[in-house]
Design a protein around this ligand. Structure first.
Ligand code: AR6
Length: 345
């Protein structure tokens, strides 16, 4: 996945380069700058002294010293003065200059903190939007794996309205799913038992909800041999994906980039009609192709998966698809807000 949002301490990231949210002197400070200098050791400061500072919106590169990365790219974000003082353009320029340096030094993996979103007071949601937009447009032309590293959960917040809409959607769907389950539960003697409370369901059942089964589309006559049945094998996930890409008039690259799926992974899927992708990969393609809910269920089934109402992750995906919101980053923000794993993470 070329862009990933992860929650971590950036000094722990094992990547080619991490980006530092520095100040014009490049001589260290608080926040992420302080963490990076502490973890890298005093040689980093020695090298920084030779650089002659850095303009706001520009970037300079040093070695990583004791950090697990090869390089540190130091960029200086704008201080937020209300938004009418060119802050956005300067912040965009931080990402552009840092990515250009990373490319010049042959970096394949880079990790950014949310530049300006701490001491410099740039509103976190807007800072995140600039980061996502700039990295996404860079990745349309370049191959690199870029992480946005979020330190505190509040940096990654969806609006209260969206949060409460999704929360009530989850509540509704959970109720539906659990009622269905209550009705179908049987006791040891095979009798139907009406259960009053969902929390008496076995733990294992809650964590591994039943998923839909896959059947061939047309029923087979009872006399059909195993060979007949195997010969009737349905269109595979890979075949369906390639067909949908054509039907939507997209190129392969448009599709896998929009899905935030790595080119190498896409080549594997293209080259092997029986390729078994992960569930999040299938969903990422469904979002990129803007498939309807039924089509999404269909393509998931091709890969042996289903959307379950006993699973928050699935309900959030269903919420976005049924609201025709196919913005993968907004979906990830919502997944993050509900403590679910992210698409592509
Ligand atoms: N890993 C990842 N993110 C972090 C970490 C960490 N270890 N520590 C903080 N953050 P800030 P700025 C997040 O203040 O706003 C310094 O003094 C933090 O939660 O570090 O660009 C410099 O010398 C926030 O979301 O940078 C400058 O004077 C984001 O990193 C000034 O601060 C950026 O917060 C730069 O301010």
């Amino acid at each position: 996945m070329p862009i990933q949002i992860v929650r971590n301490d950036i000094t722990k990231m094992e990547v080619d380069a991490i980006v530092n949210a520095a100040n014009n002197t490049l001589l260290g400070g608080g926040g992420v700058d302080g963490c990076i200098h502490r973890a890298a050791g005093k040689d980093l400061l020695e090298e920084c002294r030779t650089l002659g500072g850095c303009e706001t919106g520009q970037a300079k590169i040093t070695k990583g010293y004791n950090l697990p990365c090869k390089y540190v790219i130091h960029t200086v974000g704008p201080i937020w003065h209300g938004g009418n003082h060119g802050e956005k353009a300067l912040l965009e320029s931080c990402y552009k200059s840092s990515l250009a340096l990373a490319k010049e030094y042959g970096c394949e993996t880079v990790a950014f903190p949310l530049i300006s979103a701490g001491v410099y007071r740039y509103p976190k949601a807007q800072a995140l939007q600039v980061a996502v937009d700039m990295i996404t447009s860079f990745l349309l032309e370049n191959d690199m794996l870029v992480y946005i590293v979020i330190f505190d959960k509040s940096s990654f917040q969806i609006s209260e309205k969206l949060f409460s809409d999704i929360a009530s959607y989850i509540d509704d769907k959970y109720v539906e799913a659990n009622f269905e389950f209550i009705h179908t539960r049987t006791d040891d003697a095979g009798r139907s038992v009406l259960l009053g409370e969902t929390n008496i369901l076995p733990e294992e059942t809650k964590t591994n909800p039943p998923t839909a089964q896959c059947y061939p589309t047309a029923p087979m006559p009872a006399s059909a041999s195993l060979q007949d049945m195997v010969n009737q094998i349905d269109e595979s996930f890979s075949q369906m994906l390639l067909r949908k890409i054509d039907e939507k008039g997209m190129t392969d690259a448009q599709c896998y980039k929009k899905a935030n799926v790595d080119r190498k992974l896409f080549s594997k899927i293209r080259g092997d009609i029986h390729y078994r992708p992960s569930k999040t990969t299938v969903i990422a393609f469904a979002i990129a192709l803007e498939l309807s809910l039924d089509e999404t269920k269909d393509i998931l089934m091709k890969a042996g998966f289903a959307l379950s109402h006993s699973n928050k992750f699935d309900i959030i995906i269903e919420y976005f698809i049924s609201h025709k919101n196919y913005n993968i980053f907004e979906i990830n923000e919502a997944l993050f807000a509900f403590d679910q794993s992210l698409l592509g993470a």
